[in-house]
Design a protein around this ligand. Structure first.
Ligand SMILES: Cc1cc2nc3c(=O)[nH]c(=O)nc-3n(C[C@H](O)[C@H](O)[C@H](O)COP(=O)(O)OP(=O)(O)OC[C@H]3O[C@@H](n4cnc5c(N)ncnc54)[C@H](O)[C@@H]3O)c2cc1C
Length: 396
């Protein structure tokens, strides 16, 4: 039976995030969008967030290999929705391991978890992690990655390029996916933790995005970048039976419901603004043209947002129970960004000229939400995964 109760600690965190969101996240996200610059890593906001314990909690204590159910993913979807309600770009920019956390949790040895997560216990200053899979020639088709990993004595040498790495320029370390031999496809994949400052590792570009400007999307280059063997996640023995690929996919099964919940957060923000607009017009006895159609649009948003939220919660619940959730995670990820795009579009229609004006929040959300269908596997890829699972065709 699906159980979903928000525990007292998560409720408390939600309150903190509501306050942070109202006071800081939304204004900062708007400012980043208007000046078209990511929020600098040394901004005092991140230290404030860090001092509140956000991004820091529990990473070193995560024990993924035990059979004990956990609440991490359920807490993740609830908090992700709330943060993105205020600003999804700022939410991604927050300190913490980011998308680099799940592969370390899933594939890393106890020593590696301890070592790489230790920075998140540092009381003095915020720290970030990042995840680099995408390359100029490999996005949806992750089997096509060409960043090469070659063993050289006690080290590995990395050569290649990555792009669209979220928080990649500020990260203390990046989980970098490379191949020991492109001909092996997914069997050749290995995951390395590359620390900032490692010779041969460079940030070459920050992407100029249409939305979600608050965090940087970095291009990275590895040129004869020497990484100690101790930074190969899990050690070489883990990479039998496609463990590298499976590790990446498993980590997506944990993060896709969270990304889907972020889309729900943006949809809810747009819905609330449209609702408020209609309510205010009604209270002020202003004429609202096609009033019934507008009410129907609001009801559509409410229904779809609720459905999407349940898809996220179900996928998160299964992840916490350590039950297979590939189909459910993909259903959440395929559904939520689409309805969120529709919701921001409907909100602009309802707000009409005030919605499309350049200083309107809903105009920003309309641009922010587009990428939600692309990140963590596009909508098409999710639908393909669902169909292959339902027909028994496997991972493909
Ligand atoms: C804001 C943002 C943040 C990101 N953050 C990260 C990050 O932190 N780390 C990281 O590694 N990557 C990140 N990415 C990259 C993201 O994961 C890729 O953009 C995504 O996987 C799609 O790859 P692509 O852009 O190369 O598109 P392509 O794979 O080239 O796809 C192009 C189009 O073809 C469709 N398509 C492709 N294959 C199929 C198929 N088999 N069947 C049907 N349709 C198909 C796709 O759906 C898409 O519409 C980020 C991207 C964005 C926009």
């Amino acid at each position: 039976m699906l159980q979903f109760e928000i525990d007292p600690e998560t409720s408390q965190l939600l309150e903190v995030i509501r306050w942070l969101g109202r006071e800081y996240m939304r204004p900062l996200g708007l400012e980043a969008d208007r000046i078209h610059q990511p929020i600098p890593a040394d901004h005092s906001f991140y230290k404030r967030v860090w001092d509140l314990g956000i991004g820091r909690r529990g990473w070193a204590e995560e024990q993924p290999n035990t059979a004990t159910p956990r609440t991490t993913t359920r807490r993740g979807v609830v908090l992700a929705e709330e943060m993105s309600y205020w600003d999804r770009g700022v939410a991604v920019s927050l300190p913490g391991p980011g998308l680099g956390g799940p592969p370390i949790t899933l594939l890393g040895t106890a020593e590696q978890k301890q070592r790489f997560f230790a920075i998140f216990n540092d009381p003095d200053r915020p720290h970030w992690g990042a995840f680099a899979m995408t390359e100029p020639g490999a996005g949806s088709d992750v089997a096509a990655i060409r960043t090469r990993a070659r063993r050289d004595g006690d080290d590995w040498m990395l050569n290649g390029e990555k792009m669209f790495c979220s928080n990649g320029a500020r990260a203390d370390w990046v989980v970098v996916w490379a191949t020991v031999d492109p001909a092996l496809g997914r069997d050749g994949h290995r995951a390395f933790v590359v620390e900032r400052g490692t010779p041969g590792f460079q940030v070459t570009r920050i992407e100029d995005k249409m939305g979600l400007v608050a965090y940087e999307s970095a291009s990275l280059v590895f040129e004869n970048c020497r990484v100690p063997a101790a930074n190969l996640l899990g050690g070489e023995e883990v990479y039998r039976e496609r463990a590298g690929f499976k590790g990446a996919m498993q980590s997506f099964n944990a993060t896709r419901p969270i990304v889907a919940a972020m889309a729900i957060g943006i949809a809810r923000a747009a819905y609330d603004q449209a609702k408020e607009f209609v309510r205010t017009a009604y209270m002020q006895h202003r004429p609202i043209p096609r009033y019934r159609r507008i009410l129907d649009k609001l009801a559509w948003m409410e229904r779809k947002i609720s459905c999407g939220r349940w898809l996220c919660w179900r996928a998160a619940y299964l992840a916490d129970m350590r039950q297979p959730n590939i189909t459910e995670a993909s259903m959440a990820k395929a559904y939520c960004p689409q309805i969120a795009q529709e919701a921001t579009s409907l909100a602009m229609e309802i707000l009409s000229d005030t919605g499309v004006a350049k200083d309107a929040l809903v105009e920003k959300w309309f641009r922010d939400v587009k990428a939600m269908d692309i990140v963590e596997g596009t909508g098409q890829i999710q639908r393909r995964i669902i169909a292959r699972q339902l027909t028994g065709l496997g991972e493909g």
